[in-house]
Design a binder for this molecule. Structure first.
Ligand code: BMA
Length: 339
């Protein structure tokens, strides 16, 4: 039993490995990483930055597949254990509300979040500039696109797993047309997943060096007795390019644009060959977690070097106490975020 309670239901078959002896960080990597290697299916050179949920006693996921023509798209995968995956050969066939084919030009960095009885796939796509696309499904057979939530430019949209104050709630990072040289996390709400407003600022790119260039939502926040636990990515710039690390924060339960605690150090940063070496070196990009209320276990899925998928583990007690012990939330982070 954990001291900090997650409100997420039990998942006894969560993928899991105990913390190795000698590890003094709050997250530890799966010893068999990466769990998805190169050329995972015909026509797809790399899978990374992908999201999974429990489904029908096993797991299902939406995977960023970089096709051999270089264009990213989203593929559906299924797994019995959350570690070994089988993919549909074809891209997810998105349709519009009339049931007609409606494919984005490209789609990347998908998240997958269940709210009430519906699963939402959220991704980055072209909407006369980079922005966010969303589709809903209840059976993982029909994926119906709904209205794009934001005008360009925007990235890293992450939906909360339940309505807050009766509203769907989403994090995102307004951005520019390129490889954004700036970026804070904002929050928006909607009564119906169509009209988005009540925009709030959540967190600024850090004064901490490891996240000094930009930050972006990662996995769907996990509801805990200490607030919403958010794993996000923080980016720094070096003379050899960006470095993406995983950070952690706790957001207020009822007003999640207020940051309660924000870890001043990264939770995980590129160290292993599959994180440091690849199509884009030095990238750890979290997109999903699985969690088990009973044991407090959390499994994190993260993209590695834009080439692989890796997994890392922690417990809610361990990560929450680490975030609190290294809390460096600023006054601005703690505000409601409206001016
Ligand atoms: C970001 C996104 C991610 C990618 C990262 C590193 O802007 O495009 O998909 O993992 O850059 O290349």
């Amino acid at each position: 039993m954990s001291n900090v309670k997650m409100i997420c239901g039990n998942l006894p078959n969560i993928p899991w490995q105990d913390k190795p002896a000698g590890c003094d960080m709050p997250l530890w990597r799966y010893s068999e990483n990466p769990v998805i290697g190169r050329n995972p299916l015909p026509g797809v050179a790399r899978i990374f930055n992908s999201a999974v949920v429990p489904y029908e006693g096993g797991f299902i996921g939406v995977f960023r597949g970089e096709q051999t023509n270089g264009v990213p798209f989203i593929y559906l995968g299924r797994s019995k254990d959350g570690i070994h995956w089988e993919y549909d050969a074809e891209k997810i066939p998105f349709v519009n509300e009339k049931g007609e084919p409606f494919m984005p030009k490209y789609a990347y960095d998908p998240r997958l979040v269940k709210v009430e009885d519906t699963y939402y796939v959220i991704w980055c796509q072209d909407f006369y500039g980079a922005s966010i696309g969303i589709a809903k499904t209840q059976d993982f057979k029909t994926f119906t696109r709904i209205e794009n939530p934001f005008i360009p430019f925007n990235r890293n949209a992450v939906l909360f797993p339940r309505k807050i104050g009766g509203m769907f709630t989403m994090l995102s990072r307004p951005s520019d047309s390129g490889h954004t040289p700036f970026g804070d996390i904002f929050l928006s709400q909607s009564p119906d997943m169509e009209f988005w407003g009540r925009h709030r600022h959540v967190m600024s790119k850090g004064s901490n060096w490891w996240e000094s260039v930009k930050i972006g939502g990662g996995a769907a926040p996990i509801e805990t007795s200490e607030g919403w636990l958010l794993f996000y990515h923080g980016v720094t710039g070096t003379c050899n390019g960006f470095v993406y690390s995983i950070g952690g924060a706790l957001l207020d339960k009822d007003e999640p644009s207020r940051v309660l605690h924000r870890c001043g150090t990264f939770l995980l940063t590129p160290e292993e060959w599959y994180e440091e070496r690849g199509f884009v070196p030095n990238v750890c990009f979290p997109c999903a977690t699985l969690q088990d209320e009973e044991t407090g276990r959390i499994a994190i899925y993260y993209g590695c070097a834009d080439s692989y998928v890796g997994m890392a583990f922690t417990t809610v007690d361990e990560v929450v106490s680490y975030i609190k012990a290294h809390d460096e939330a600023s006054e601005e982070d703690r505000e409601l975020g409206i001016r």
